[in-house]
Design a protein around this ligand. Structure first.
Ligand code: IMP
Length: 408
């Protein structure tokens, strides 16, 4: 069967952009199935940096087809900017990039609401302010505007006022004035023209690709602990970042996903608020940040840094049904010269091997650390605990800097 899912086992920023670009050499299509422009996937080719937010990361390989599935929320501005920028390097994307009509649109008011909510909240989440939460809220409240709707203006006209009126009330409750309805309409109609050549029913496209024997990658954004159900709720994103999210986000039956590659960084990082048991608020944490270039691709924010957490990736490996592991940034750990990982936790005096399912308990976890002579020893231990092989090791930024262990 043709599908391989790529998922992050930590809090995002595991290096999935590079992983997908690397693996895409053996695949024909890459599908984004959740998230939106909150994602930031970075790829270096011959020292040149490319950042992907909304487009699938595999598109730098010119024979790869990119698909944006129904589970993604699309910010028109980001989409246009990225298509323009990438086209300069790889040529026209029409015929190679496809967008599902069921994908929702991130409206300007969603971004404003995200920012207003964060600014006025007693306990902000530390979101990327890309409107992801409000756009997904509207999707589930059945107030969303979809790509297919803007291509059917007479239908949209009949339905749009519910969305406008609801969001107007929210924006005005902060004492802010709402957007001009005509301007919003014009923006949507302009985007409709722009996106139209890319829109197809991606379920049928995938069916055709499958039939032709294509190998297809499912590109997860963010990471397991940002999943809206399994993450450190409420400090999570508003989508399903786990392998199960790939099925509902792209319309692929679960049994077709035969391989799930779990990506983790040799240490841990997190952007935004929320619990982080192995965080190093210390000189070493600062060194990880500097050596690892731990600043967000989307927001430029400094990432919080800390040691690798084996219970965390073990539990994530169970949730995702990981079949292969891909570890990134071992070179950064090499520069620091300490190979340390949490192997267990202490919680209320008891030793536990997995992160808790209770939000409050996360704040009481005490990691139990172990030091290893080298990253190879650390990886061997991970394989023993997770019972999954680490098939790939990324040793640097560039596309080619990957060691394939055990045959890839
Ligand atoms: P949102 O997705 O913008 O709503 O942000 C919710 C949480 O997810 C915040 O802690 C963000 O920093 C985090 N987040 C969202 N996208 C990413 C990502 O691509 N990498 C890492 N963290 C992310």
């Amino acid at each position: 069967m043709p599908y391989t899912a790529i998922v992050g086992l930590q809090w995002g920023d595991e290096g999935k952009g590079k992983v997908i670009d690397y693996l895409a050499k053996d695949y024909d299509a890459v599908v984004r199935f959740q998230g939106g422009a909150n994602a930031g996937h970075t790829v270096y080719v011959n020292g040149k940096k490319f950042s992907f937010h909304i487009l699938p990361s595999g598109l730098l390989r010119e024979d790869v087809v990119g698909i944006i599935g129904p589970g993604v929320v699309i910010d028109p501005e980001s989409f246009k900017r990225e298509v323009e920028e990438l086209s300069l390097h790889v040529g026209d994307l029409k015929g190679r990039l496809f967008v599902d009509p069921r994908a929702h649109i991130v409206m300007p008011y969603h971004k404003l609401e995200d920012a207003l909510f964060e600014a006025h909240s007693e306990k902000p989440i530390g979101t990327t302010k890309r409107g992801i939460g409000p756009a997904n809220r509207d999707k589930y409240a059945r107030l969303g505007i979809r790509i297919g709707d803007i291509l059917r203006p007479s239908y949209l006209k009949e339905h749009i006022n519910r969305a406008y009126d609801f969001n107007k009330r929210i924006v005005e409750s902060y004492g802010e004035s709402f957007f001009d309805r005509d301007e919003l309409w014009d923006l949507l109609m302009e985007f409709a023209e722009y996106v139209k050549p890319f829109v197809v029913d991606t379920v049928l496209l995938l069916e055709d690709l499958e039939k032709s024997g294509a190998r297809i990658l499912l590109e997860g954004a963010q990471g397991t602990y940002l999943d809206v159900s399994f993450g450190t709720y409420p400090f999570v994103t508003s989508s399903h970042t786990i392998s199960g999210g790939a099925t509902v986000g792209s319309g692929i039956a679960p049994w077709k996903i035969k391989r799930v590659i779990g990506v983790f960084k040799a240490y841990t990082t997190r952007v935004g608020e929320g619990p982080f048991p192995t965080e190093e608020i210390s000189e070493i944490g600062e060194r990880m940040k500097e050596e690892g270039g731990e600043f967000g691709t989307t927001t430029g924010r400094a990432r919080r840094c800390g040691w690798l957490d084996i219970p965390l990736i073990h539990y994530a490996s169970i949730i995702n049904g990981v079949t292969d592991l891909f570890v990134t940034k071992v070179d950064v750990l090499e520069k620091i010269g300490i190979y340390r990982a949490a192997v267990e936790y202490k919680l209320f005096g008891e030793r536990i091997s997995f992160p808790p399912a209770y939000s409050e308990d996360w704040y009481h976890i005490e990691p139990v650390y172990k030091d290893y002579p080298s990253w190879e020893d650390m990886i061997n231990e991970i394989e023993g605990i997770l019972k999954v092989e680490v098939r790939f090791v990324s040793t640097g930024k560039d596309r080619e800097e990957v060691i394939e262990r055990k045959g890839g």
